[in-house]
Design a protein around this ligand. Sequence first.
Ligand code: TMP
Length: 384
Amino acid sequence: MKIEFLNLGKQPLANSFLTQEQFKNEFFFDLKVQFDTNTKLVSLVNFVPPEKMFNEDYAYSSSCSKTMADHFFNTAQYLMSYGSPKILEIGSNDGVFIGNVDPKNAVAVEPCANFANITRRMGYTTYDQFWTEDLAQQIVKEHGTFDIVYAANCMCHIQDIQQAFNAVNIVLNDAGRFIFEDPYLLEVIKNSAYDQFYDEHAHIFSIISLYNLLKNAGFRIYHVDFPNTHGGSLRIYADKRNAQEPEKVSSQIGIELGYKLDQISTYETFASAVRKSKLDLQFLLKNIKSEGKNIIGYGATSKSTVIYNYCQTDTKYIDYIIDTTPAKQGKYSPGVHIPIVPPTKHITCDYAFLGAWNYKNEILSKEKNRDFSFITHVPRIMII
Ligand code: TMP
């Protein structure tokens, strides 16, 4: 049974930064979140058609920050330590990970044509298609099976997740490893980070839910770890061995059970915390404005789209958003239409809402000499 527990209202596509001419045709959907009492999977109630989100206009570029570039470089070095494995990457974006692997040993899958063209130019065979069992069969016919299948911030985008895991089983050789990472549900719950729920994140995974889904697809989880990316991620290591989960995996499942991630009551409590976070943010922003101070946004992130729309935070509160991604500059944020501008050397404002909270450490060290304060909503509304 699926039980809805959170309603974040009408939301636009979180990464669909737009021009003024595009305002009138902007797409909105009802962003609601549900819990499946059978699989324990947390998913959106209404999925947006993938072609609307992942196409040649897709704006999210994984190389945008040093944190992410370093993370993928280190991941590639680690995977290479298994010898010279043959790697398939699902969701290769702009090549930030695969660029560290020899093109002779790697194949990429990336449905966004703009990014697929980048990895092709870098010399990688790239399939610009969505990840399905049919595509898996085609890839095996053309390249054989793989030693490693890697996916970062991609599996949680795939609506028919069971089918996606079945497809990985097709391309992975019998001794192969399936390694993937996505935002971690336990961090979302602990930090009231409700902005992890948006159109692209069809699911937010716990280990408990992945244990169930991966088992159905013929995988066992042999290791887990927790990269510090995207506001707290979960990385799963799975193989096809018919063996018991090691202690580290069962103990982390025990921790999740301690947080009651298998029970609907946890999600209802989380939904109350989200409603409080909205009221607290609105109260704080109103107070700051009433003192005649100004507020800007720092980072035009997909997550901040959710916050601004859910909390009705438009240009009445936020003058503009600064962002380093050239493709976003000169455009407007989805839904509430706040202008996006490149950052200046010296940022002049009283407060900056930290839309890019997932890069907090990188940003706080870059802005250590700031003469403005940050506002964040994670883990609760506060001023830094
Ligand atoms: P994301 O959270 O949806 O990945 O988007 C991150 C955005 O944050 C991206 O457009 C770049 C922006 N950003 C800045 O503007 N300044 C920064 O210092 C960092 C780290 C990111």
